[in-house]
Ligand binder design. Structure first.
Ligand code: LMR
Length: 393
């Protein structure tokens, strides 16, 4: 049986982790995988998470199974953080193993409910989106999103392509902090996207992996809330990996908004899907999140640290845009300060990205996506000088 298997393509993001690890050069810089790092290069356990873990150790009396959908308190707290109040009667939800688990379960739900639907993704998007869609044998289409010349959103192209979506198709949207580009829609532009998708009869599927990393916890949920209020049916996949810094705990949620009269059936289908794939979702991270969101002091501590993280990335963006302005003697990279979230796509060629790796030990994804949080005050000018060098050659 196993002899028929052929090698799978390497994941371009995860592959960088090993390449970076195996590089012996002391000055190497990792701008690859989307993991927050502080100025010393560490990915700390957030203070509120540590406090919740301590408390959990004391109060947890059993490790028996949770419900198939996860703990209701987790689902309610996280759904409220994402959607705000007032939608509980439309909200079916399950805890999932991270954001990827939520995407996977969400796509399986779509496949069950609308097997013929095409799933539209932005060009470009997080590579795992098309990979899972193809793996599930679903139809895939792309809408334009990024203008390679300006490194901003190609809004005209986006609207034109969304105008071709067929009734019942599913459109995957990044709720905030677009990955990989860092270019995001204004709320006015989101309003227009909603109008077009409503006119087409599409079903929005929001991927919300970076809430709190862009303009703020509430601000980053604004587009998702706009969509939730505007459509009868919405699928939302959200991750706690980044905003709670609990990457390896695999903590996420899949939300399906629909007709309140159908909520119990949808909820049953979500729980059934969990049973088919892994039975019970991971609990530890979900329990920490529930404790933090349920305790005003822990919530305040967590929000304060998340805001520190967000501001440090904004500061690095400003530093990098300035350094690139000086190093290249141009405003070509000013978009870095306008972008939001963890990533920016710099607009370099694959060959230039390769040279940065070979000659300067700077690791970024082949499409020139950088993780802003991989930088610090010392490495910002190093990156800017290296970029200027490969551009000049
Ligand atoms: C990323 O885009 O780097 C992160 O979401 C990590 C991953 O799983 O790809």
């Amino acid at each position: 049986m196993l002899e028929v298997l052929s090698p799978q393509p390497q994941d371009k993001i995860l592959q960088l982790i090993a390449m970076f690890r195996d590089d012996p050069r002391p000055g190497k810089i990792d701008l690859g995988v989307g993991v927050y790092r502080d100025a010393t290069g560490l990915t700390p356990v957030m203070r509120a998470v540590k406090a919740a873990e301590r408390r959990l150790w004391e109060v947890e009396t059993t490790k028996t199974y949770t419900g198939l959908a996860g703990e209701p308190a987790f689902n309610a707290a996280l759904a409220a953080m994402i959607l705000g109040p007032g939608l509980a009667d439309r909200t079916a939800s399950v805890a999932t193993p991270g954001g990827t688990g939520a995407i996977r379960q969400g796509l399986e739900l779509v496949k069950m409910a609308a097997p013929g639907a095409t799933v539209w993704v932005s060009a470009p998007t997080w590579p795992n989106h098309p990979s899972i869609i193809r793996y599930l044998g679903m139809k895939l289409a792309e809408y334009r999103y990024f203008d390679a010349a300006t490194c901003d959103v190609d809004f005209d192209g986006l609207i034109e392509d969304l105008g071709r979506v067929a009734r019942g198709d599913v459109v995957l949207l990044h709720g905030c902090c677009h990955n990989p580009t860092g270019a995001n829609l204004t709320m006015e532009q989101w309003g227009r996207v909603v109008q077009v998708l409503q006119a087409r009869g599409a079903v929005p599927f929001v991927d919300l992996a970076y809430q709190g990393f862009g303009d703020g916890l509430e601000e980053d949920a604004a587009a998702t809330r706009l969509i939730a209020g505007a459509f009868d049916e919405v699928v939302i996949a959200a991750s706690c990996s980044k905003n709670f810094g609990i990457y390896r705990e695999r903590t996420g949620i899949l939300i399906a908004l629909g007709d309140p009269a159908r909520k119990a059936v949808v909820q049953g289908n979500l729980a059934w899907l969990n049973r088919q794939n892994y039975s019970f979702p991971p609990d530890h991270g979900a329990r920490l999140v529930t404790m933090i969101l349920g305790d005003p002091a822990l919530t305040a501590a967590w929000k304060a640290e998340l805001e520190e993280v967000r501001r440090s990335m904004l500061d690095l963006r400003r530093q990098l845009a300035n350094a690139l302005r000086q190093a290249t003697n141009s405003g070509r990279f000013d978009f870095v300060a306008r972008h939001r979230g963890m990533f920016s796509r710099l607009g370099l060629s694959e060959a230039q990205v390769q040279r940065l790796r070979d000659e300067a030990g700077i690791y970024m994804v082949g499409d020139s996506r950088i993780n802003i949080a991989g930088l610090n005050a010392r490495t910002v000018p190093v990156l800017a000088a290296a970029v200027a060098r490969v551009l000049a050659a």
